[in-house]
Ligand binder design. Structure first.
Ligand code: ATP
Ligand code: MG
Length: 355
């Protein structure tokens, strides 16, 4: 059974409808990641789960029971914020134990719980320090300590690593993954970082304007995006996406005045499509037209050592290719880009995936 469910969940701020109607089931022990453009409602959703924000309509369920009106402390949910929000004048030990103190627990009980958590997070040596005397990663661990000391059923993270430098982010990412593997606490994690999302998640919810566009495993999101939004959002460099305005036996016309040549024997495959996507890694360069190809001009070459990212133009379309072998081409050169048929994503007029 789902530990946490959103059932027709709605959120308005005054007249602004931030979450129109959202459904989500988070399974016990899963690491669920929420991604989506800025302002799509990720933090709002987390804050409703934590009880820091009212639900306008619909239901939030924890263990199958309505939780809309439960006090944050009664939900078994803890949240770690981007800013950590530690109390600067308190020691690490007092910061971690603060929630238990508010609950009126005994001093000895608090001390024991704080020490247990500190051991798990390797904070034992730092318990008497103040947050100002800690590194970013250590502060982050204190914030996690404070969240887990009450043994929550669910832990929510709102972009917890975005304040850290690149190296520390990678370290903390691995620590969080280990922590999750060892404790198996159901986790819901918001991030802007695709690598974080893809590497940490059991399942990812891709959000846009308060809607969940797809809720799936990282692998499925990548290989079978449900619609063009998800197709363009997951993957870097982005998938090349073409709006198709006209389909004939020999070609697909794009809204950017380019022509994708198709083999007439495969024309029926494309009859009802409104968009075609192909990832940069699924392009190859040829001197002649192929089964599915586009004539393009080399615009920019980025050599990254073991791979090259090459940008092309065709009509008003911009196309990106990623190549793992050495490519000899010059800026301005015209050539054919062939699309790997096995890895082409097709969408219909209603933005649904066709294949
Ligand atoms: N208190 C508020 N009053 C009015 N509108 C709000 C309030 N809080 C958030 N919003 C609006 O709700 C929408 C969703 O905000 P939210 O903070 O959930 O986005 P987000 O997905 O977390 O974005 P980001 O990635 O930038 O953190 C935004 O358009 C925001 O302007
Ligand atoms: Mg946010």
């Amino acid at each position: 059974m789902a530990v946490l469910s959103a059932v027709n969940l709605k959120k308005n701020y005054g007249d602004v409808n931030v979450i129109p109607n959202l459904n989500l089931d988070v399974e016990e022990g899963d690491f669920t990641v929420l991604v989506g453009p800025s302002g799509c409602g990720k933090s709002t959703l987390l804050r409703m789960m934590a009880g820091l924000e009212d639900v306008t309509n619909g239901e939030l369920q924890i263990d199958g029971r309505r939780a809309n009106d439960l006090h944050p402390r009664e939900r078994g949910v803890s949240m770690v914020f981007q800013s950590y929000a530690l109390y600067p004048h308190m020691t690490v030990a007092d910061n971690i134990g603060f929630g238990l103190k508010l609950e009126g627990r005994k001093k000895s009980e608090i001390k024991q719980a704080v020490h247990e958590v500190a051991d798990t997070l390797q904070l034992g040596e730092l318990l008497e320090r103040k947050p100002g005397q800690l590194s970013g990663g250590q502060r982050q661990r204190v914030a996690i300590g404070r969240a887990i000391v009450r043994k929550p059923r669910i832990i929510l993270f709102d972009e917890p690593l975005s304040n850290l430098d690149a190296k520390l982010r990678v370290e903390m990412r691995m620590e969080l993954m280990k922590f999750h593997r060892n404790h198996n606490i159901t986790t819901i994690y918001v991030t802007h970082d695709q690598v974080e999302a893809m590497t940490m998640a059991d399942k990812i919810a891709v959000m846009e304007k308060g809607h969940i566009q797809q809720f799936d495993t990282p692998k499925n999101l990548f290989s079978a995006p449900a619609n063009p939004f998800v197709a363009g959002f997951i993957g870097s460099p982005q998938m090349n996406l073409f709006d198709i305005t006209k389909v004939t036996d020999a070609s697909l016309q794009t809204s950017g005045n380019a022509e994708i040549k198709i083999n007439p024997s495969a024309a029926s495959h494309f009859s009802d499509i409104a968009a075609l996507g192909v990832r940069p890694e699924h392009l190859s360069i040829h001197e002649q037209s192929d089964n599915l190809s586009i004539e393009a001009e080399v615009d920019l070459i980025e050599s990254l050592g073991d791979e090259s990212i090459i940008h092309f133009v065709s009509g008003n379309e911009r196309i990106t290719g990623r190549f793992y072998t050495e490519i000899n081409c010059q800026i301005g050169q015209k050539l054919f880009l062939s699309f790997d048929m096995e890895h082409v994503h097709l969408f219909d007029e209603k933005n649904n995936r066709v294949s």
